[in-house]
Design a protein around this ligand. Structure first.
Ligand SMILES: [Zn+2]
Length: 290
């Protein structure tokens, strides 16, 4: 009986995932009527995990790419051109990590726009929001040249205003800009890895001598991330939020991927999601929207 149920479940999953049988083909915004995209509560294909990495590139990104290559998993990176805090804040991280970003594209990962300097969009004018996105894309394309393309996917910093208790007016104002710029891809609230919280000694965007991956606190943080991401993954589709700016992330990543694989999960990018949900690439979806 159990075998039958499993066979049936995988058949069901196969038809769901591969034929797009239940695809929502109408180009309707999400139920919340904000800019087109994926938001908490929107449909996701079963047993599919979308790994997303925000705030990079950083010194850790190439090691995240190593893990993804080893595991044969494609992911989505929401990048910022000037978000190396403190001394490097005004720097150009697309220039600094150009080789890593080229590798990201060559290895089949998807790149999205996380704004230039990671501001909270909720309190900004429409012009400034637009500038944050445009400048980030301009810098990315300038540095990456032939390896770049239009950044059709967006993720607002902190997920704001969508995951915050803010007025509808604010949400609609931000949305009015975002919907002109791309497709929003949020994450599943319960699958925020929490890797950006409670930094442990030595964790920083740049490599340095203070990092001790053997320390109890470092290991405890890895354990927390692992438990958080794997204990609730029971077959539902999930969008996981990581940050490729933390050494804990690349350390715990192979364990998370292995466990999800064991549970029968497949992995996809935000582009795979667009194809599943709308039957089109994000570029095609946007062309039809405009
Ligand atoms: Zn961020």
């Amino acid at each position: 009986m159990k075998a039958f149920v499993c066979a049936f479940a995988s058949l069901f999953f196969f038809s769901l995932h591969c034929s797009g049988a239940d695809r929502i083909s109408d180009l309707q915004p999400s139920s919340n009527q904000y800019a087109l995209g994926y938001y908490e509560g929107d449909p996701l294909p079963n047993k599919t995990a979308y790994l997303t990495f925000d705030d990079g590139p950083s010194d850790w990104t190439s090691e995240v790419l190593d893990v993804l290559k080893e595991e044969n998993v494609k992911a989505t990176f929401f990048v910022c051109g000037a978000w190396l805090p403190k001394k490097s804040r005004t720097g150009n991280s697309f220039h600094k990590y150009k080789d890593t970003l080229i590798r990201m594209k060559k290895e089949g990962h998807v790149v999205g726009n996380h704004t230039l300097g990671h501001p909270n969009l909720a309190n900004m004018s429409e012009e400034r929001i637009e500038k944050q996105l445009d400048e980030n894309e301009r810098l990315y394309r300038q540095e990456l040249g032939e390896y770049s393309e239009k950044l059709t996917l967006l993720r607002p910093p902190f997920g704001s205003p969508y995951n915050r208790n803010l007025s509808e007016e604010k949400k609609r104002r931000v949305s009015s800009v975002l919907q002109k710029k791309g497709i929003v891809f949020m994450w599943s609230k319960a699958f925020d890895s929490s890797d950006s919280k409670e930094w442990v000694r030595g964790e920083w965007y740049e490599k340095g001598p203070r990092i001790n991956t053997e320390s109890d606190r470092f290991k405890a943080k890895m354990e927390r991330i692992y438990t958080r991401l794997t204990s609730k993954a029971d077959g539902q589709g999930i969008v996981i939020l990581f940050h490729d700016t933390h050494p804990t992330t690349k350390e715990v990543l192979p364990f998370v991927i292995e466990k999800l694989k064991e549970e029968g999960y497949k992995f996809g990018t935000a582009e795979d999601y667009a194809k599943w949900r709308w039957g089109k690439t994000t570029k095609q979806v946007l062309e039809e929207e405009m």
